[in-house]
Each structure stands twice: as structure tokens, then as C-alpha cells.
Design a protein around this ligand. Structure first.
Ligand code: NAD
Ligand code: UDP
Length: 309
């Protein structure tokens, strides 16, 4: 049995990660300040004696009075609607917050995995994106609090690894969806599914020709755990390379929900990446395994969650 800290464990991906780690027989200490997460996401595990929930903001130093084997840092608001709302908190969470976790990892001789993002590639000029691509980020744009925070986080862990021998893993997560996303999350799938279920127009930003590649949360969590337990120390993309335009996604959601909704085209937010698709050759080679959940299956499960089933 390992003792594992999951910072941001009451969020969307973090709560699925806690659930899986508990199922595999580990002790899990979930650390969260609930800025975008919710106690509801982890309520079902509170009965489990191997689960501890610590309400704490990681930008404050974290003391844990027991041995720790692994730390996953999932803490960070991740929806573009949060970027104008709490940009300073986002930057501090990925900088000061991660520094506090890295210090804890050094103290406990624990391995740490940082949830980085495809956003480190910005509006990519290389397609699909390989880990060797350095990115194209507007340092002062509306998404920069998130993108540059995550780029700093990768740099910080690399410096800790060089200077203090920190045992690090860095995962670049691509668009992930599934149950436990907030209904008002603002990201595309919660918006489209709720709009379709309510018979309202689906708000497609721009002309909908921008692309994304969507990964179901259980496949993402498989990859996170495999990377944490692998020997691979460099940034690793984890996502599903099944690329589609946002207009195609809207039409697919309408078909899958059986909704009569139409599309409503709205203005495109600033610095919205025109295309995104992970090159997952490294994940395939280093971690193995298969992506198990198709968009249709994953959407059905997510739709059922938003319907309250
Ligand atoms: P989420 O908002 O549901 O989860 C983030 C969690 O972190 C929340 O529970 C929030 O309350 C907590 N948190 C934020 N700041 C904190 C702080 N200072 N101290 C303690 N807890 C804090 O988002 P998510 O989609 O589950 O994303 C989880 C992680 O994965 C994030 O780091 C995100 O950047 C990364 N990621 C997600 C996606 C995606 O498509 N979902 C894509 C790329 C990267
Ligand atoms: N988007 C959209 N309608 C919405 C929400 C988002 O067309 O109601 C678009 C958004 O402009 C982007 C894509 O969907 O091109 C994915 O947006 P999301 O916020 O989910 O994540 P991103 O990949 O941009 O971080």
C-alpha cells in the first residue's frame, strides 16, 4: 500500500484519480481548497478509511505528518472561463503552490507528478504536437495566466530535479471530459451537453472550424497512473488523438442526445488555439496500453451524469 497525496483531488480529473488509487488499495490524502472542485466529488470515498480530505490552499506551505510515496499535482483551475476571473490565483497555484509540493516531495523523498497541459504549446504551429515542440504562447494574452503558469511549473520541477534530485514526472494532458465536470464549467462539452439537453442553441465560438481531440477521463487516469509508475522522466503527452472540429462535435452531441437544438455561432475568444491533436508516440512506447473509450461511449456516460442518472 502506498500513501499518495492528490492535490486538486476534489476536482474533475482529481476525483477520478482518487477513486482509482483507492480501488487499487492505496491510502489517499486529497488536498483541495474547492476553488473549482467540490466536496460532492469525493463524498462517496469519505467512508473509506484509506481516504483523507484536507481543505488547504497549496499556495500555503503544506505539512503532512506521515510518510508519503507519491504526490500528484492536479491543482489548478483549468477552464477558460476561470482565466479572467482568478488569473493571479491561477499563476500562484502553478508557481508557489507547486513549489510547496516540490518541497514536500524532497522532504519525504516522494515522487511527484505535475499535471501540465497541451496549453504549453499555445496556438501550435506544429501539428500534431510532439513533446519536442516548444510552443507558441502569447505571454500577455487572456490565457497566459494558465499557459505560462504551467510552463513555469515544468521549469520549476526540472530545476528541482537538477539541483535537489527531485524524482519528477510531467504529463501534458489534452482535452479531457467526463462525469463530475461542473455543469457551469464553461468548457465546451459541459456547455454543449447542457444546451442540447435543455433544447437551447449550442454556442459554437467562431465558425467552429477549430479542432480539439477529446479523451474520456478513465483513459486519461490510466495514463496518469502508468506515467507516475514508469521510469520515463520527461514530459509526456496523454490524450486521445481523435481530432475533430468544434462544429462536428456540436453536431455529434445533438445526434447523441437526440436533441432538436440548433447551432448559434458566437465570437471566438482571444488566443483560442486553431488546432490541437496530441502525438502520443512516447506514451505508446513508454507506457503501452490502449485507449478504451470511444467518443460515443464517453459522451453517453457524460450525458447520463448531466441528466442526473
Ligand atoms: P478542476 O478545476 O475540476 O480541478 C482542479 C482542482 O484543483 C479543483 O478541485 C480545485 O478546487 C483545486 N485547486 C485549484 N487551486 C488550488 C489551490 N491553490 N489549492 C488547492 N486546490 C486547488 O479541473 P480539471 O479539469 O480536473 O483539471 C485538473 C488538472 O488537470 C489541472 O491542473 C488542469 O490544468 C489539468 N488539465 C486538465 C485538462 C482537462 O481537459 N480537463 C487539460 C489539460 C490539463
Ligand atoms: N467552445 C465553443 N463553445 C463553447 C465553449 C467552447 O465553441 O460553449 C470552443 C472554444 O472556443 C475552443 C473549444 O471549444 O475552441 C474548446 O474549448 P474549451 O474551453 O473546452 O477548452 P480549450 O481547449 O479551449 O482549453
Amino acid at each position: 500500500m502506498k500513501t499518495i497525496v492528490v492535490a486538486g483531488g476534489a476536482g474533475f480529473i482529481g476525483s477520478h484519480l482518487c477513486e482509482r488509487l483507492l480501488k487499487e488499495g492505496n491510502r489517499v490524502i486529497c488536498v483541495d481548497n474547492f476553488v473549482t472542485g467540490s466536496k460532492k466529488n469525493v463524498k462517496a470515498f469519505e467512508k473509506n478509511e484509506n481516504f483523507n480530505l484536507l481543505e488547504h490552499d497549496i499556495t500555503k506551505p503544506l505539512e503532512i505528518d506521515e510518510d508519503i510515496n507519491q504526490i500528484y499535482n492536479m491543482a489548478s483551475p483549468a477552464s477558460p472561463v476561470d482565466f479572467p476571473r482568478i488569473p493571479i490565483e491561477i499563476l500562484l497555484t502553478s508557481s508557489l503552490g507547486l513549489k510547496n509540493l516540490a518541497d514536500l516531495a524532497v522532504e519525504k523523498k516522494a515522487r511527484i507528478l505535475q499535471a501540465s497541459t497541451s496549453e504549453v504549446y499555445g496556438n501550435p504551429l506544429e501539428h500534431p504536437q510532439k513533446e519536442t515542440y516548444f510552443g507558441n504562447v502569447n505571454t500577455i494574452g487572456p490565457r497566459s495566466c494558465y499557459d505560462e503558469g504551467k510552463r513555469f511549473a515544468e521549469a520549476l520541477l526540472s530545476a528541482y530535479a537538477r539541483k535537489k534530485g527531485l524524482d519528477k514526472r510531467i504529463v501534458r494532458i489534452f482535452n479531457t471530459y467526463g462525469p463530475r465536470m461542473r455543469p457551469n464549467d464553461g468548457r465546451v462539452l459541459p456547455n454543449f451537453i447542457n444546451q442540447a439537453l435543455e433544447g437551447k442553441p449550442l454556442t459554437v465560438y467562431g465558425d467552429g472550424s477549430q479542432t480539439r481531440s477529446f479523451c474520456f477521463v478513465s483513459d486519461e487516469v490510466d495514463g496518469l497512473i502508468k506515467l507516475m509508475n514508469s521510469d520515463y522522466k520527461f514530459p509526456c503527452n496523454i490524450g486521445n488523438p481523435n481530432e475533430m472540429t468544434i462544429k462536428e462535435l456540436a453536431e455529434f452531441v445533438i445526434k447523441t442526445t437526440g436533441s432538436k437544438s440548433k447551432l448559434a455561432f458566437k465570437s471566438l475568444p482571444g488566443d483560442d488555439p486553431a488546432k490541437r491533436k496530441p502525438d502520443i508516440s512516447i506514451a505508446k512506447k513508454e507506457l503501452g496500453g490502449e485507449l478504451k473509450v470511444s467518443l460515443e461511449e464517453g459522451l453517453k456516460e457524460t450525458i447520463a451524469f448531466f441528466e442526473g442518472k
